[in-house]
Write a protein of this length. Structure first.
Length: 463
């Protein structure tokens, strides 16, 4: 229900406007002085203002100026009893939406309010759609060849239909947590409302609290005006809290209250404001471990872990690697005017078996770098950065065990698994998916080979 503020020193005018507006199911609040009106605007969410130009304490134009400085988008309809064209024109120049003269008719009031609120909603919608277009145009498509990621997408599609369910997305950095959060929003009943995100690791506690909850004028040293926080700005839509594990315990307690009560209070304010939105949280940390270490509130963990979605790292879903490489190769070849069209078999082999510690983000960066540095029709081994070719002990059709070990050391078990997975995959490919032939090539029993296939999630259907 839209809330309309009526600012006029004549009680009869206020009562008459209230009656007309309540007939149309609008909520109303009245102020008979300019200072009182400004106080109301600081503490309540107002959708429209009726403002008399002749007030006992402040000139109406001064009140209008203050309103526009604090909230330029708030629509103000001027009330004047003197039919002063000059004052009305001045008010319109200062940003007033329209003006009415006393005495007024009920039908005129109803029409002007309806048009004003429609204008307000259209302006908000245009801003939102413009922002959403900019966001979506830069997004990569959802590429899911692997069963693991396809299962994650299935979970995403299912939870998207339930607009109020809180979601926790976990996974290493670069696995696509923000992509999944946007997908949930875009597929949900909230898709026409805002999607706002914030990284909880990038701001100190006081600034993060102000960003999320907003603040009142004078709440702290630099708070010169009222600010609407992300919770209010995203009302009706979705807010994405990335790296929630970095939120301080004090702020965690306030977030828990929002989840439980569905209302917020701005920093320095006394009034509570209702918010209806979906919260999606994400982290690359082990939250249960953080709970054990008292770094994350247990009650908040259970409150955000209603619907968990875990995104596997790229090294555990190599089927997605080649598809992503081909997409990024086409994207950057087009952007930089290069001729790349396909991958060589050797390059595909190396890219598929690299462990990708930075996941999809690292893969994208590698392909962008290649397209900047080189030009060819086929992306081949010589185009790959050294960190990729050094990891796989195979290249240019010969064995090469000259693998460097960094000063920080390596995980021997993981390295052996990577090499074993590479050999099993190559044997299966050479045998065209025939397990018996592949087992002979590897000199291992069929049962052992089947165990390796299951362990490394290798799909015979791909050979």
């Amino acid at each position: 229900m839209e809330k309309i503020l009526i600012v006029d020193d004549e009680a009869f005018i206020c009562e008459n406007l209230e009656r007309i507006l309540r007939e149309e199911q609008y909520d109303t609040v009245v102020a008979q002085e300019g200072e009182r009106a400004l106080s109301i605007l600081e503490n309540e969410l107002i959708d429209l203002v009726f403002l008399d130009l002749n007030l006992p304490d402040l000139p109406g134009l001064e009140v209008l100026k203050h309103i526009k400085e604090e909230d330029p988008d708030l629509l103000v309809i001027i009330i004047t009893g003197y039919a002063s064209v000059e004052s009305a024109v001045e008010a319109l120049k200062m940003g007033a939406y329209d003006y009415i003269k006393k005495p007024f008719k009920a039908d005129v009031i109803k029409l002007i309010v309806r048009l004003a609120l429609e204008t307000q909603n259209l302006k908000r919608e245009v801003r939102y759609l413009k922002k959403r277009h900019e966001e979506l145009c830069g997004d990569q498509p959802v590429i899911a060849e692997s069963k693991l990621f396809q299962e994650s997408l299935h979970q995403t599609q299912e939870v998207a239909r339930h607009a109020d369910t809180t979601v926790l997305i976990t996974g290493e950095s670069g696995t696509g947590k923000e992509l999944i959060a946007r997908m949930i929003h875009n597929l949900s009943p909230r898709s026409q409302r805002p999607f706002l995100e914030i990284n909880c690791a990038t701001l100190p506690e006081n600034l993060l609290e102000s960003e999320l909850f907003g603040h009142e004028s004078g709440a702290f040293t630099d708070a010169k005006g009222k600010k609407i926080g992300l919770f209010e700005a995203a009302n009706g839509g979705t807010i994405f809290l990335d790296e929630i594990s970095e939120m301080t315990l004090g702020l965690q307690a306030k977030l828990l209250r929002v989840l439980e009560d569905k209302r917020i209070r701005r920093v320095g304010g006394t009034q509570f404001h209702e918010v209806k939105l979906r919260i999606i949280a994400a982290t690359n940390q082990d939250l249960p471990k953080a709970v054990e270490q008292k770094r994350f509130r247990e009650d908040l963990f259970y409150r955000i872990n209603i619907f968990p979605i875990h995104l596997q790292p790229l090294r555990e879903r190599p089927e997605d690697v080649v598809a992503l490489v081909k997409y990024f190769l086409a994207e950057f070849a087009r952007r930089f005017g290069k001729d790349f069209q396909e991958l060589s078999a050797e390059a595909e082999e190396i890219l598929s078996h690299y462990h990708w510690p930075g996941n999809v983000r690292e893969l994208r960066n590698v392909i962008e770098r290649i397209c900047i540095m080189y030009n060819a029709t086929v992306l081949d081994v010589q185009h790959l950065p050294r960190e990729l070719t050094a990891e796989i002990p195979y290249g240019n059709s010969r064995w090469n065990f000259d693998v460097s070990i960094p000063s920080s050391g390596i995980d021997l078990e993981k390295a052996v698994d990577q090499f074993t997975r590479y050999l099993v995959g190559k044997a299966i490919k050479m045998a065209n998916g025939n397990i018996s032939k592949a087992a002979k090539l590897l000199g291992t029993p069929r049962g052992t080979l089947r165990y390796k296939l299951e362990k490394f999630n290798l799909d015979l259907g791909g050979y």
